[in-house]
Ligand binder design. Structure first.
Ligand SMILES: *Cc1c(COP(=O)(O)O)cnc(C)c1O
Ligand SMILES: *[C@@H]1O[C@H](CO)[C@@H](O)[C@H](O)[C@H]1NC(C)=O
Length: 488
């Protein structure tokens, strides 16, 4: 009801009808409140001032209480936590220890903390070696830096490509071409760095449409993006073809390996058919790879890599007119967490090639089982041919977002996707023991929706459904901003 009101309200030419905007504002508030449901009660109990007398050691008890209130995430989330087991044991315990040993350090002060500067350089080199730096075709000059996550790696690659193309080709009104399946971080980069984005619909296989990309190239194009794989459907874009196109037009090509960087090199060694995706492909100028996903490192660690130093130089900002002295910093942050660098280094060194091969074979096997299991559920279809560990699925029979609401009521946290409406599970080591339960719950949820189609109380399906259909994307954007702004 609410949604249909909203939908009809949105079709009105609101700028012409004075009374309507107040009505829409009220409707919007209702939708935002619904999206927030659950969040408001904790908001009211939030502390707004320092305790007059500090809690001292007691604060740890408070932390334990707070922690106990988080949902039961073990095995239940798409992606989210990539490391196996609980956070107080095994690999988790090891990286936490590494973090705490170096939590006071800051690589901004290289003269003081040589240890972390070294570890950082080694994390970058080890990551590069997985992504073709040792191949002759890479040119032997691959270099990069560690960042706080996939988004920062992408922001830097885009900024660097922009400035590289400005110096090389004099482009001052930069544009970039990305597939509809490319991560939202590219829109963020475009917003921050004043770049026009051309989002090209994917082809029939749900991959970057090379012909469509080609049609968008013009004199202002600085770069294209290919994902290996893309976050929504877990499919590898045709990187070789994009590389050819990039070389032909002499523009940058970034390969988004945020998700795949610590899976594909190992999956290939294990014999899975993986098309070329790294610096061995001609035309690839930069790559982002997240250590904090399948690299099994602590959250807040990623690597951005460049074909050569000539390109990377455009990443740095040097400051000469500051009374604080001459300043140069490689990445977006000034001070940076040395503890996270140590955590990432410890993760990579403790696992080694055999450790990653082992975890990759486990998640690849479970992913194939989940894919087959979903294909066997009548009414569901898998999107594309998953290359890795993300399985996206939709339905022609039931409202997939209603299925998601039932799954949520069973404790699962899946990702809702659009175009087409679908869900995905990003398979991690957390799922190796629970995939049967997942498939059974999914089958049950589909049956439940088949028997009783329609929204369940408190469900998000109507909102996702309506938001997907609203022709006025500006209003959907406003809703999202409202939602974020009202959360605290
Ligand atoms: C996760 C991801 C990102 C963004 O990474 P964050 O670490 O969340 O900033 C970018 N691209 C792809 C393909 C991803 O999976
Ligand atoms: C980034 O690269 C520069 C140049 O090589 C180097 O000075 C800096 O230490 C690097 N930072 C990291 C985190 O690797």
């Amino acid at each position: 009801m609410l949604i249909s009101l909203l939908r009809s309200a949105l079709l009105l030419p609101r700028r012409l009808l004075p009374g309507v905007s107040g009505y829409i504002a009220a409707e919007k508030k209702k939708v935002v409140d619904k999206m927030q449901s659950g969040g408001t009660s904790s908001k009211n109990n939030r502390r707004a001032e320092l305790p007059t007398i500090g809690l001292g050691e007691e604060v740890i008890k408070d932390l334990e209480t707070l922690k106990a209130k988080d949902v039961d995430w073990q095995g239940k989330c798409s992606g989210t936590v990539y490391i196996a087991g609980s956070e107080s044991e095994g690999h988790f315990e090891l990286i936490n220890k590494a973090y705490s040993m170096f939590s006071h350090t800051n690589p901004l002060h290289q003269d003081v903390f040589k240890s972390v500067a070294n570890m950082e350089a080694e994390v970058v080199a080890m990551t590069a070696a997985l992504l073709g730096s040792k191949e002759k075709s890479s040119g032997g000059q691959i270099c990069g830096n560690m960042t706080s996550g996939g988004t920062e790696s992408i922001l830097l690659a885009v900024k660097t490509s922009r400035d590289y193309m400005r110096s090389k080709k004099g482009i001052t009104k930069p544009e970039m071409i990305i597939a509809e399946s490319a991560h939202s971080a590219y829109d963020k980069a475009a917003a921050y760095f004043n770049i026009k984005v051309r989002r090209v619909p994917v082809n029939k296989e749900f991959l970057a449409d090379v012909k469509g990309f080609k049609r968008c190239i013009n004199g202002n194009t600085i770069m294209m993006v290919g994902s290996a794989p893309g976050f929504p459907h877990g499919l590898i874009d045709p990187i070789e073809e994009l590389g050819e196109l990039a070389s032909r037009y002499d523009i940058c090509l970034h390969v988004d390996l945020c998700l795949g960087g610590f899976v594909l090199p190992f999956a290939r060694k294990l014999g899975y058919p993986i098309p070329p995706f790294d610096f061995s492909v001609k035309g690839v100028t930069s790559i982002s790879s997240d250590v904090h996903k399948y690299g099994l490192a602590p959250k807040g660690t990623s690597v951005v890599l460049y074909r050569n130093h000539e390109i990377r130089k455009h990443q740095f900002v040097a400051v000469t007119e500051w009374t604080g002295g001459l300043y140069i910093s490689p990445t977006i942050a000034g001070s940076r967490p040395g503890g996270l660098i140590a955590g990432a280094w410890a993760a990579m060194m403790s696992l080694g090639l055999n450790g990653y091969l082992d975890s990759t074979s486990r998640i690849m096997e479970v992913s194939k089982k989940i894919q087959r299991g979903i294909e066997e559920i009548p009414g569901l279809f898998v999107i594309g041919k998953p290359d890795m560990t993300v399985v996206a699925f939709g339905s022609d029979v039931v409202d997939i977002f209603e299925v998601n609401d039932i799954m949520s009521s069973k404790g699962w946290h899946l990702n809702a996707l659009q175009r087409p409406n679908s869900l995905h599970i990003c398979v991690t080591l957390q799922h190796t023991t629970v995939y049967n339960e997942f498939l059974k719950d999914l089958q049950d949820s589909v049956n439940t929706v088949k028997a009783n189609p329609g929204p369940i109380s408190g469900g998000m399906a109507p909102i996702y459904g309506a938001a997907g259909k609203m022709p006025d994307r500006g209003t959907v954007r406003e809703l999202l901003v409202e939602f974020m702004d009202s959360s605290c």
